[in-house]
Design a protein around this ligand. Sequence first.
Ligand code: GDP
Ligand code: MN
Length: 385
Amino acid sequence: MKIHEYQAKDIFKHYGIPVPVSCVARDADRARVFAEETGKKVVVKAQVHVGGRGKAGGIKLAGNPDEAFKAAGEMLGKRLKGLIVDKVLVEEAINIKKEYYLGITIDRKSRKNVIMLSTEGGVDIEEVAARSPEKIEKLYIDPAFGLKDFEIKKLCVKAHFHKGLSREFAHFLKALYKVYLENDATLAEINPLVLTEEGKLMAGDAKILLDDNAMFRHKDLETLQEIAEDDPIEQEARKSNIPYVRLDGDIGIMGNGAGLVMTTLDMVKREGGSPANFLDIGGGGSAEKTRQSLELITMDKNLNGIFINIFGGITRCDEAAKGIIEAIKSMGLSIPVVIRLAGTREEEGRRLFEAEGFEVGRDMNEAAKKVVELAGAYRARRENM
Ligand code: GDP
Ligand code: MN
């Protein structure tokens, strides 16, 4: 579960992590009043669940109350990367001397929590990880011993913190680790962790992901969830009771059974493609449900291909085929569709598809390869238009 920056910063404050003085504003007047009260420069920050708000225009510095009013007015009620902004966080601006990255998450490979610190803060950390992984220091925490002082010291040496700053960083990191553990977070991230001109460390941004499976023991945190701000396609999917998760690629995926769909995502990735979503149509596979599912997938305007993966058990492949063909025809889709069928009445299903001119892969590998190929060609054609 994602929570907003302002909610994460509330938690930080509770644990003694320094954050800027702030207020949450739902209208531009509130932003002006806050700026008047503090009498300082402020920064206005859109509270939506997207990364890279800075680049997208969701972070604005304001030198006076009028500018704060204007900045908030420009964000509120508008969309930022597809999501409506209904709140902004208005903070006293920090005088930034240097930006770091600090994050804690789970490393599944070593089965430990890992602390990551980078002197390349402020920017997209995935980019740093890809371009210059040596600029991210990692500290794996042994669950039996917890976070040790000497380990923190080693991190400080690597980051070239002087003695005073090292002491402050140790407090900071211990508090963040406590936030992470006590709230059952799967990620606690500060980017940028700011070294101010005054020589203090402060959380410039805050991102916390909470483990949904642990929510039963955090009833207080559950109330932080705001369904209204989720992705618009995910909202639609919830209404129709179809398990759908938006991803950031361009190949729409649907299949029957969560495990099969997960495998399909992996296969597409392995062939160099990038899935646009997870969608499980479940058993049955009626024409109606298939059409609903396809409509959901194609709400995503970045789509360049669709991969439909059906395992025929109780659902017979030929029946599923009829439903899929009917749905695609009624929608008049122009995006390339690749199908893979296996199981009960597979041959009959395949013949139905082939009679209509559809691409059917012999197995999952071939189908994945094919959809990646066709999506690439479709993308190239779109870009040349
Ligand atoms: P994100 O783009 O969604 O990660 O939003 P951030 O809160 O991380 O802000 C992005 C960038 O805006 C930061 O890396 C800073 O460079 C800048 N920024 C944010 N808050 C302040 C502030 O209070 N003072 C100054 N000078 N810059 C800020
Ligand atoms: Mn950030």
